[in-house]
Design a binder for this molecule. Structure first.
Ligand code: F6R
Length: 603
């Protein structure tokens, strides 16, 4: 979602602001802008669309100044047009914002009573107008920002810049993350460490409810009650914030290709030669239930894991999408763990679901890619998935690494609960250890997939079918395809086909069947035959044992054999490659698909 950057530097800041915004592009945005203070004078430039439009504007209308703020906006309130782009300005106040001011309508009414009329449709402008109102009433910028903060409800990160103040940024965090970067006599503020990594590796994360007065001399941080707060300064590993395409055309292509390596790293972390390496405090033996909550792709990882926890550990497992779970207010047994899966660790709904579970369950566990994230920090235990920075908006390597960590947890649960024999455990460990090699082999199907994708790109609708743990993978395959190629796609449990979706089948609807030769294979093949009997165009993705059933299909892809029940980790790769190559064939923006954001910090 929206990206924020602020700089109090020694040199002209405009180029640095734009450079930092480029590093935040991966979060998704539809307009961008910067504001600076130059010799006391506040000014701004904004442009709709890609950052290159802002850069072009700055060539013709440069912006001088050594103090500035910048923003990439992902529209929530009001269209993605110039007027609604950030920074928002009112008189001496400029502000950028990520998140939602939930009570902005009430605040607008209050402003109207004071004779102040907004010019935009955004909730953010309310913040600028309120701050200005307080300044007009005689408050200094710091007091005005704090007075404004007290009136705001919702989840947000805010950064203010003021006319006449060459050495002041005010930052505030409630719900959405914000980090302060320390330089040598320079100071920075950013939405994440990635934005700050070109300028510093010394970071202080603001805690929930904090606000900070930042000058070149340092940052004074206050908690939600206005008390001075000491927040730890940490050094980030700059290699962990590297965002380069490394010769690939797209981040998504690079991230798909990286999977054998990152999965290998995660395996080395979570498996020892003897067995599973998870914190001892993670003990599944006495549990009555597990609850897994997430959004989007991370939810599909949970959906696959449900099969694993139930089959390998006999542990009842409830899964839900966070946006439903948080308002459903489900009863939770005390003898249960709640697991929150999130690449970013900042997804607003998942965070709210976690807060609902805190104190109700025995332990809350985060499975996240960003160890410093809000979800990681607020859970009792955080397990990193070790995927490395994921820049492509469509999640790929984070998905398979989430699956790996959940698979290892399910194995531990099976061991703790005495549900697996030593031989079974060994067999599952061997399967997991073999995955990076199998993934390398699966990646060699990329050229074949590219050829098939040219045909798939002509389709209006595509169905994905799977059974058992391959059913959630069918859902994930359909999500991946629709989000980057914009082709309508649905995933179904193969057995559900004749309960409705078979009505869609004709010569024009490709049906992608994800079917390793497992104990459910024959049943899936029967469903596939039903599709072909109605002239459906089937692409069968299977292994060398299953390929014999491919007669009459439109196309086949052969993957290496992988033992049950971990096939979804391997079959994720052709599903991702199908989406990638179909999007390429359609010429869509693979890394930043329309309307999508990488980190969804609003509900
Ligand atoms: C799809 C995708 C999204 C995310 C979802 C949750 O490719 O990436 O569906 O999985 O927005 O995000 P995180 O994992 O950051 O909580």
């Amino acid at each position: 979602m929206c990206g924020i950057i602020g700089v109090l530097g020694f040199h002209e800041v405009a180029p640095l602001l734009v450079e930092s915004l480029k590093r935040l592009e991966y979060r998704g945005y539809d307009s961008a802008g910067i504001a600076t203070v130059n010799e006391g004078r506040l000014d701004r430039r904004r442009a709709v669309g890609k950052l290159v439009n802002l850069s072009d504007l700055l060539v013709h209308e440069p912006l001088a100044g050594k103090a500035g703020i910048g923003h990439t906006r992902w529209a929530t309130h009001g269209a993605a047009n110039l007027g609604n782009a950030h920074p928002h300005r009112s008189g001496p106040v400029a502000v950028v914002h990520n998140g939602i001011i939930e009570n902005f309508r009430e605040l607008r009414a209050e402003l109207a009573e004071a004779g102040i009329t907004p010019e935009t449709q955004t909730d953010t402008e309310t913040v600028a107008l309120l701050t200005r109102m307080f300044i007009d009433r005689g408050l200094a910028p710091r007091e005005a920002a704090v007075a404004t903060l007290k009136k705001l409800e919702g989840a947000f990160a805010l950064l203010w810049l003021f006319e006449g103040e060459n050495d002041l940024l005010i930052a505030a965090r409630k719900g959405s993350p914000l980090a302060i970067g320390h330089g040598a006599g320079e100071m920075f503020v950013g939405s994440d460490a990635i934005a700050l990594s070109p300028v510093t590796d010394r970071i202080t994360y603001l805690a929930e409810g904090d606000y900070a007065f930042v000058t070149r001399a340092g940052a004074e941080i206050f908690d939600a009650e206005g008390r001075r707060a000491n927040r730890e300064e940490t050094r980030i590993d700059l290699s962990s914030t590297r965002v380069e395409k490394a010769g690939y055309k797209h981040f998504m292509a690079k991230e798909i290709a990286e999977q054998p390596v990152v999965l290998g790293d995660a395996l080395r972390h979570y498996l020892t030669p003897e067995g599973v390496n998870l914190p001892a405090e993670l003990d599944f033996s006495g549990l009555e239930r597990l609850t897994l909550v997430a959004c989007g792709t991370a939810f599909y990882a949970c959906s696959v894991a449900k099969y694993w926890f139930e089959q390998l550990a006999g542990l009842p497992c409830e899964i839900d999408v966070a946006s439903e779970f948080r308002y459903r207010e489900p009863p939770l047994p005390a003898k249960s763990y709640a697991i929150f899966v999130s690449q970013s660790g900042e997804t607003a709904d998942t965070l709210a679901a976690l807060r609902y579970c805190t104190e109700k369950v025995q332990k809350t566990i985060a499975v996240v890619n960003v160890p410093s994230s809000s979800i990681a920090r607020e859970c009792d235990l955080a397990l990193p998935i070790l995927a490395g920075v994921e820049v492509g908006v469509a999640s790929t390597k984070a998905f398979t690494c989430q699956l790996l960590v959940l698979a290892v947890m399910a194995l531990k649960a099976g061991i703790d609960r005495g549900h697996l024999s030593a031989d079974q455990v060994q067999g599952h460990l061997d399967t997991l250890r073999a995955l990076p090699g199998l993934m390398n082999a699966a990646l060699t199907t990329s050229n074949d997939i590219a050829k098939l994708a040219e045909r798939l790109a002509e389709a209006q609708d595509i169905l994905f079918l799977g059974r058992g743990p391959m059913f959630p993978l069918a859902l994930e395959g359909a999500l991946k395809l629709k989000e980057i190629s914009y082709i309508h796609a649905e995933g179904y449990a193969s057995g559900e086909l004749k309960h409705g979706p078979i009505a869609l089948i004709d010569r024009l609807v490709p049906v992608i069947v994800l079917a390793p030769h497992d104990r459910l294979f024959d049943k899936t093949v029967s469903n596939m035959q039903e599709v072909m009997a109605r002239h459906g165009k089937v692409l069968l993705i299977t292994d060398s044992k299953g390929i014999a059933a491919a007669e009459g299909t439109w196309a086949q892809l052969r993957l290496p054999e992988v033992a049950e029940p971990f096939a979804p980790i391997l079959y994720a790769l052709p599903a991702q490659l199908l989406a990638y190559h179909t999007a390429i064939a359609k010429g869509t923006d693979v890394d930043q698909p329309r309307n999508l954001a990488k980190s969804v910090t609003v509900e």
